[in-house]
Design a protein around this ligand. Structure first.
Ligand code: THU
Length: 135
């Protein structure tokens, strides 16, 4: 994936983060998932008073796409940071989100982080979850 497309996806994740519902943690996360057909699905974290019912931004994006019939994915951009504060240079996904990625994506799937276009960094799913459980 080229640099410009990665930057575009990062900006989509920054936009997605604006809709985060975070009255408990005050930590806002945004994600933008690129399907192989070029469509982008945005996600944000959505918290709940029963904390375990909270949904992460990454899985929101995946489940939106999957429920629309998408099955092939190229990359996801993820941004996060405290409400009213700076974005983290790397807001790495939790284990549950990595496992969902592993269900639908190969080792070459790209995970893009950054607080702006200037400090963007790219990892593969292979790097973030080297031994992936599958049936
Ligand atoms: N969060 C995500 O959205 N993605 C992750 O991969 C890690 C954590 C959210 C969940 C919760 O709303 C907040 O960040 C603090 O844990």
């Amino acid at each position: 994936m080229n640099k410009k497309k990665r930057e575009e996806l990062l900006l989509e994740a920054i936009e997605a983060r604006k809709n985060a519902y975070v009255p408990y943690s005050h930590f806002r996360v945004g994600a933008a998932l690129l399907a192989k057909n070029g469509k982008i699905y945005r996600g944000c974290n959505i918290e709940n008073a029963a904390f375990g019912s909270t949904m992460c931004a990454e899985r929101t994006a995946f489940f939106k796409a999957l429920s629309e019939g998408e099955r092939e994915f190229e990359a996801i951009a993820i941004v996060g940071g405290p409400e009213g504060g700076d974005l983290r240079p790397i807001c790495d996904p939790c284990g549950n989100c990595r496992q969902v990625m592993a269900e639908f994506c190969g080792g070459g799937f790209e995970i893009i982080f950054g607080s702006s276009k200037k400090d963007l960094s790219v990892y593969t799913l292979e790097q973030l979850l080297p031994l992936r459980f599958k049936l």
